[in-house]
Ligand binder design. Structure first.
Ligand code: PHE
Ligand code: ZN
Ligand code: ZN
Ligand code: ZN
Ligand code: CA
Length: 297
């Protein structure tokens, strides 16, 4: 799997910051900074050869948008989706939440195109609207599919907050190895968790589980039995002293600017953003094509 240049991911974050600054300080549902964010991502994907579609939905009297980007090729009955929410709260520009996942996924998608990756599975990337108002965009998307279309989505990877300034490395707990929460994810979620875990093991970074608690856009996927997984570096919670021993940082909040005006380009840990971008690429290459190293048939 390729090494994702973190400078490119950070360049996307600078663009999201500029978009927010030019549009009243946020990129929230129903505000102009949201649609400008969609347009920024869509133009890059169109230029790279993706087939994109902008799906509209209505929530709270405002039009919301999902951006869906298909990479041509692969078995569409075995589609791997990669997504994250592109909207911010109204309080600020939302650079960690969730410019980080949006930018990392964008750069992985662009790397798919640059490398001419032709995996066995079909790849579909998504940038969701109105997550902050209750997973509205991802729910509208899943509900818009027929049951036959839903059954073609055989995995969903979610990235929401992957550059927290005082980061932890949490993987959605697909196997419920910690025995907490509402149980394991749909069958196949354990394999996704294990794939991400293998990447972190390879770079010597420990991970811990985080329960599927319904707080991000994997919710409507697992509710429909679609296996899911992803990475999370922490939000309003406080890092424990045991977690400081594990990961470094300080025994303070993972993201002190969570849902605040200070969630700017200064609110990013570059090392976490770099590691997690590479982990996303590793998971996409491994899950979609056995690492991309199979000999031709
Ligand atoms: N979805 C939450 C938000 O956008 C953050 C979050 C992500 C919480 C992942 C838990 C797990 O505010
Ligand atoms: Zn949020
Ligand atoms: Zn979020
Ligand atoms: Zn687990
Ligand atoms: Ca658990």
């Amino acid at each position: 799997a390729p090494d994702i240049p973190v400078a490119n991911v950070k360049a996307h974050l600078s663009q999201f910051q500029s978009i927010a600054t030019a549009n009243g300080g946020n990129r929230a549902h129903g505000r102009p900074g949201y649609l400008a964010s969609v347009t920024y991502v869509k133009n890059l994907l169109d230029q790279a050869g993706f087939t994109t579609s902008q799906q509209s939905f209505t929530y709270n009297g405002a039009t919301g948008y999902n951006l869906i980007a298909d990479w041509p090729g692969g078995d569409t009955s075995d589609t791997l989706m990669i997504g994250g929410h592109l909207d911010s709260v109204t309080a600020g520009p939302g650079i960690n939440d969730n410019g980080s996942g949006s930018a990392a996924n964008l750069e992985v998608a662009l790397q798919v195109a640059r490398s001419g990756f032709q995996p066995d599975r079909h790849l579909r990337f998504a940038w969701w609207g109105a997550e902050e108002l209750g997973l509205r965009g991802s729910t509208a998307y899943v509900n818009s599919l027929t049951s036959a279309q839903r059954s073609q989505i055989t995995g969903y990877l979610n990235f929401d907050m992957v550059g927290s300034p005082n980061p932890g490395y949490f993987l959605y707990d697909g196997d419920n190895s910690d025995g907490t929460g509402s149980g394991p994810g749909p069958a196949g979620s354990a394999q996704i968790e294990a794939t991400l875990a293998a990447y972190f093991t390879s770079i010597g970074v420990p991970t811990r589980g985080t329960d599927f608690d319904g707080r991000s856009d994997y919710g409507p996927f697992i509710a429909n039995g679609i296996p899911a997984g992803g990475i999370f570096t922490g939000a309003e919670g406080t890092k424990t002293s045991a977690q400081v021993t594990l990961w470094g940082g300080t025994a303070t909040r993972f993201d002190p600017c969570y849902h605040a005006s200070c969630d700017t380009t200064s609110n990013i840990n570059d090392t976490a953003l770099d590691r997690n971008s590479d982990a996303i690429a590793y998971a996409v290459w491994t899950l979609a094509d056995g690492g991309g190293t199979e000999p031709p048939p």
